[in-house]
Write a protein that binds this ligand. Structure first.
Ligand code: VGL
Ligand code: ZN
Length: 199
């Protein structure tokens, strides 16, 4: 479903999921075409900033011996090690100075794909009276999926910015299946209006 575009209003928040160097082309866990999320996300950031609405940025922030890394028996190459350049936000992402950064999966023994897992993201949204979250970033089939599902579970309305997400696609079709799961759970989809991309 692609409803007409709502201009962000009070009660809305933007959540940028893991737009970090290691998930971009050339990174240690590169998401194909991952850098394509940056221009539309910048358009959303401008829109939210212009209205004084909150912008949150989650980041994978792993210790060097994180359990999700292959050396520890996990599924992934080492990535987003806290404090390394690979864990930095993409330089092209126009993060506002007042962005709220949410670090996740920060301990060796636990992974967390959702920005809500083991963080105070739900409380931070509630204290700003947020009702709707708009979500984009990386990757559709892991951290975007789980962040959107948890947003819905926590009682927020969730909108996936479809042109501002990309999938790892370990199995072909994972990204599409993730979008379907989000829809089934009650998420809505939206595309960045082309006119937002011009300025
Ligand atoms: C992610 C795999 C491992 C993600 C994080 O941000 O989607 N994927 N860690
Ligand atoms: Zn990770």
């Amino acid at each position: 479903m692609n409803a007409s575009v709502p201009e962000p209003v009070p009660g809305d928040a933007l959540i940028l999921v893991d737009v970090q160097n290691d998930f971009l082309p050339g990174g240690r866990l590169a998401v194909p075409d991952g850098d394509a999320v940056i221009p539309p996300l910048n358009a959303w950031i401008r829109r939210f900033r212009a209205r004084g609405l909150p912008v949150f940025a989650t980041r994978d922030w792993h210790p060097p011996d994180h359990c999700s890394f292959r050396e520890q028996g996990g599924p992934w190459p080492p990535h987003c090690v806290a404090g390394t350049p690979g864990a930095d936000f993409a330089p092209g992402l126009e993060l506002p100075p007042e962005v709220v950064v949410i670090s996740k999966a920060t301990t060796p023994e636990k992974d967390a794909y959702s920005g809500f897992e083991g963080t105070d993201l739900a409380e931070r949204l509630q204290e700003r009276s947020v009702r709707r979250v708009f979500v984009g970033g990386l990757a559709t089939d892991y951290c975007v999926l789980n962040t959107v599902l948890d947003a819905l579970k926590a009682g927020f309305e969730a909108w996936v910015i479809k042109d501002a997400v990309r999938a790892v696609d370990v199995q072909p079709g994972d990204g599409e299946r993730a979008l379907e799961r989000m829809r089934q759970a009650g998420a809505r989809e939206i595309s960045t209006p082309p006119e937002w991309m011009e300025s």
